[in-house]
Ligand binder design. Structure first.
Ligand code: NAD
Length: 512
């Protein structure tokens, strides 16, 4: 049985409840408003954290600005060395932090550990990156001139994160932002403050051991209002925000109004096309894990299956059988497949979506419902369900953050791709096929319009080596691997004249 108190103690939360043990963990000491962290696993309040107020926020910004002046002078490979140590500290705390993620957020223990592994992986990636922040050199059109570009840090990076990846999203942003020479202010989801405090303790220890001043990595506990202070603040050079499209529209508008930089990672409405050439057994694993993993609360969760008419009935009955075998319950028990939703508001939204789907003509082949009593007393456990729908139902066009899977039938691949693309969101997509022509068409410019397009892999999850993010209402941002680091830096083009004349570009003559 998991001893949550021992874990809280290891992560330095329990003894010092609000965890103000270092100055870079910020909370409104004069503010009586608390955030309770409530576990959807058993409905218990785990602990509470104090909310920051405007004055705390201002003090924190000043501290971060000050820290930036020094941090930017630390050579990038040396910053990489700090991130390497951070990765090692995460390795040491993987079990405890992963378990707390599972308990506070409700995802399975394996997924909690997986989330911490992603943090470790991005640290490794960032260490290598710290020696590879390359700029290009160009040939100047003028004799005895040299042109090149270099990348400089931005300053303060504001990170606003969602509840469903309470720690990994922060690490994706932080590891890159740090090697790029930025300082960070993190506002985690108000639903998962304890995992955030735990992370701050882990990283603060590394900074302390290296004699680095406070203010490089900062945590601010608060709700939407603190997020709004950050987005409106010209002192925050980049806002990297992960969450709903509703939030992203507000953040994008606020940052845009001051012509600041934003990196938006918003909702998805991800589909798998199951072709008549698919390996159906493999497709089943991809579809079921994609739809019910993390109880359907991943931005990459599979929401729609677009199935060829010739395999539709066979595949639908395989799904029904598989759903019949799902074990729903305590995510800390590794025998269970599906844990709870984050809170009872999420349960209400799940029920509401089911009603709307029925009202639009959706036919449920696996019924949903809320589980009650005994192990389900938190009121957050729901049954994953499946409905046959039309792609243009209003509810199908909308991301419901819960395990509701929609089935849609198709005849031709062109039609399937049009259905796949026919939603406002553009995050993750997949095709299950053993036919090369189909796979290539799906990946071509005539194919998926999403940021992520997979073949014979489901939509859910991603590796840190690739750039992560999506198009349309998903926000267009890219985080993590590939060249996503560029979003955390500013590009400067430099031209140096080592001639003894001053020739102008484009051959313009200007003689005095
Ligand atoms: P949410 O939008 O309710 O909240 C996300 C964060 O934004 C929270 O920290 C919240 O306090 C803050 N926030 C809300 N309104 C704000 C505003 N106006 N200004 C500034 N900050 C504001 O999202 P959630 O329920 O925590 O998370 C679920 C959503 O996140 C889903 O839509 C999911 O698809 C999306 N998500 C996307 C990705 C991705 O990488 N694309 C990853 C994880 C989650």
């Amino acid at each position: 049985k998991t001893d949550i108190n021992a874990i809280l103690k290891q992560l330095a939360i329990k003894e010092n409840n609000e965890a103000f043990s270092t100055g870079s963990i910020w909370g409104g000491i004069n503010n009586s408003k608390n955030i309770n962290s409530f576990s959807p696993v058993d409905g218990k309040t785990i602990s509470s954290a104090k909310m920051a107020d405007d004055a705390d926020y201002d003090a924190l910004i000043v501290k971060a600005q000050q820290a930036f002046l020094n941090w930017r002078t630390v050579p990038s490979p040396k910053r990489g060395e700090i991130v390497r140590q951070f990765g090692d500290a995460l390795r040491e705390n993987k079990e405890a932090l992963g378990t707390l993620v599972s308990y506070e957020m409700g995802k399975s223990l394996q997924e909690g550990f997986g989330e911490v592994q992603e943090m470790i992986d991005i640290c490794d990636f960032a260490v290598g990156l710290s020696r590879q922040l390359y700029g290009l050199t160009m040939h100047s059109e003028r004799p005895n001139h040299r042109m090149y570009e270099q990348w400089h840090p931005l300053g303060i990076v504001g990170i606003i994160s969602a509840f469903n990846f309470p720690v990994a999203v922060w690490a994706w942003n932080t590891a890159l932002a740090l090697v790029c020479g930025n300082v960070c202010i993190w506002k985690p989801s108000e639903k998962t403050p304890l995992t955030a405090i735990a992370c701050q303790h882990i990283i603060a220890k590394v900074f302390k051991a290296n004699d680095i001043e406070e203010g490089v990595c900062n945590l601010i506990i608060g709700d939407r209002e603190i997020g709004e202070l950050m987005t409106a603040d010209t002192r925050v050079a980049l806002i990297s925000a992960t969450g709903s499209t509703r939030m992203g529209k507000a953040v994008g508008a606020a940052v845009g109004a001051r012509l600041g930089k934003s990196l938006l990672e918003l909702g998805g409405n991800n589909a798998i096309i199951i072709s008549e050439h698919a390996d159906l057994d493999m497709s089943l694993i991809g579809a079921v894990f994609g739809a019910v993993g993390t109880a359907g609360q991943r931005c990459t969760s599979t929401r729609r299956l677009i199935i060829h008419e010739s395999v539709y009935d066979t595949f639908a009955s395989k799904l029904v059988k598989a759903y019949g075998q799902l074990r729903i319950g305590d995510p800390l028990d590794q025998n269970n497949h599906v844990g709870p939703l984050i809170d009872t508001d999420a349960v209400a939204s799940y029920l509401n979506s089911i009603e709307k789907c029925k009202a639009e003509g959706g036919k449920f082949i696996v019924e949903g419902g809320v589980l009650e009593g005994g192990a389900y007393s938190s009121g957050c456990y729901v049954k994953p369900c499946i409905a046959e729908v039309k792609n243009d139902f209003k509810i199908v066009q909308h991301e419901t953050f819960a395990p509701i899977l929609y089935l849609i039938k198709y005849k031709t691949l062109d039609e399937a791709i049009a259905l796949q693309n026919g939603v406002p969101q553009g995050l993750s997509s997949a095709i299950m096929t053993l036919n090369l022509r189909e796979a290539e068409q799906f990946l071509s410019y005539q194919g998926s319009d999403c940021g992520i397009a997979n073949v014979n892999i489901g939509t859910s999850g991603a590796e840190i080596g690739g750039a992560f993010g999506g198009e349309k209402e998903t926000g267009g941002g890219r985080e993590s691997g590939s060249d996503a680091w560029r979003a955390y830096m500013r590009r400067q083009t430099n031209t140096i004249n080592y001639a003894n004349t001053l020739p102008l570009a484009q051959g313009i003559k200007f003689d005095l």
